[in-house]
Design a protein around this ligand. Structure first.
Ligand code: NAD
Length: 396
């Protein structure tokens, strides 16, 4: 990977969120700049204007480009000459603010890298998709787990038919950090995630089940048909779900399940997926992401390793940076999402077609799909796990 041909320069990044004491903004800045194809030059880093400015030196952002909010960022960046102006905006703020920030950035002509869930509610997601269809801009949703080399290997094997017809997709994302009412201690990340005014209609399901659902869709390419879901709130007094299971019927007859928990003692970020096909089964787990197991009855179990050799397809081989055996992980996978987005930005700049519907990176339509999944899971749970459609016209 190198500089962004044919632009032949680094892309300029504006970061929204990521202020002192926050989590994912720093990850975005590392991931975007890991391959030396981008530099962070501007930011509106916090909801508190003073903290936004105070946080800028932590990222080497110059004071004149440390903005108090998205409005100022857009106005002042648009006023700069094009050779100084940012190329893209990364949205690393709590869910209720994604829409305002992403819409303003997309309408101003910037590429957008927006964290998940894409918006606060489905109607906002639909509007973002309409905007992107109109502007034809690059819009990336950081479902970062699809950036792991072996996740891409699984996709390549499945789409090539190596596993045969896919019958079952079991994914789960299990955490334990919200086993107590951490939100009442003032812990920032717990506070907004358990608040319906900032998180959206779902808690745990919006926060992490969306990743598990998206992972199944990315790996298998299956089209979902209907969903039946049961959500629970186990911590007394909490306003949103902290546990749930959804059963998904796919169009091809396959059955899927997505379980998400934030109340399982001792569990950290246990996102795992198992896929059963008529010819073979795959198993992958993000806490051990450099390995994937492939099983076929009557044959020895095969252990795929990241960078392990010529058996890897081009998607996996192109997503690694260092020799096998040296662990790569979360940051590198996140950087792979950015790398795919940068390819699209460079292609657009050269006047070439970049397919932003069937892209390698998760796009605005995947974002709508995620919001539709959350919406239908909550509605199904309210109807005693009744079966509801997962069809959405934007996600053809
Ligand atoms: P956080 O609370 O740690 O940080 C949020 C930051 O955004 C803070 O600095 C806050 O001041 C700032 N902010 C809030 N409103 C703002 C506004 N209007 N303008 C500018 N800055 C504003 O939250 P977090 O854990 O980093 O999560 C942020 C987002 O990233 C959420 O949508 C979350 O779901 C997502 N996330 C994704 C992953 C992933 O793996 N892809 C992991 C964690 C979080």
């Amino acid at each position: 990977m190198g500089i962004n041909a044919p632009l032949n320069r680094k892309l300029r990044m504006g970061l929204v969120g990521g202020g002192q004491g926050s989590f994912i903004g720093r990850v975005h800045s590392i991931a975007a700049c890991l391959d030396n194809r981008a530099e962070l030059v501007a930011g509106a880093l916090s909801s508190d204007p003073d903290r936004a400015k105070a946080s800028a030196p932590d990222y080497d952002i110059q004071p004149d480009r440390a903005y108090a909010g998205i409005k100022e960022l857009i106005e002042k960046e648009l006023a700069l000459p094009t050779e100084k102006r940012i190329d893209f905006v990364s949205v690393a703020t709590p869910n209720h603010t994604h829409f305002e920030v992403a819409k303003a950035a997309a309408e101003a002509g910037f590429a957008v890298f927006c964290d998940k869930p894409m918006t606060f509610d489905l109607s906002q997601a639909e509007e973002l998709a309409r905007i992107v269809e109109k502007t034809k801009g690059v819009f990336v949703v950081t479902h970062n787990y699809t950036g792991y080399p072996l996740v891409r290997q699984a996709r390549e094997m499945i789409l090539a038919g190596e596993l045969g017809e896919i019958n079952a997709v079991r994914s789960c994302y299990i955490q334990g950090w919200l086993r107590s009412r951490l939100e009442s201690s003032g812990q920032k990340q717990a506070e907004w995630r358990t608040d319906p005014k900032r998180s959206g209609i779902a808690g745990c399901f919006g926060d992490i089940a969306t990743h598990a659902y998206n992972l199944g869709r990315f790996m298998t390419g299956l089209i979902p048909d209907t969903v039946s879901c049961h959500l629970k709130t186990f911590e007394p007094g909490r306003a949103l779900d902290d546990y749930g299971t959804a059963i998904i019927r796919y169009k091809n007859g396959a059955l899927g399940s997505v379980t998400a928990s934030q109340i399982s003692h001792g569990r950290e970020n246990d996102l795992r997926i198992e896929i059963d096909g008529t010819k073979g089964s795959l198993e992958w787990n993000q806490e051990n992401p450099n390995q994937m197991i492939y099983r076929r009855n009557g044959q020895p179990m095969a252990l795929y390793t990241r960078g392990g050799g010529p058996y890897l397809g081009s998607m996996a081989a192109g997503a690694t940076r260092i020799p096998a055996g040296h662990p790569e992980g979360y940051l590198e996978a996140f950087a792979n999402i950015y790398a795919a987005g940068f390819e699209a930005i460079a292609a657009r700049a050269a006047g070439n077609h970049a397919d932003c519907r069937n892209s390698l990176f998760p796009n605005v339509f995947d974002g709508v799909d995620g919001m539709n999944f959350i919406t239908q899971c909550v509605a199904s749970s309210q109807q005693n796990a009744g079966w509801l459609s997962l069809y959405h016209s934007a996600c053809r």
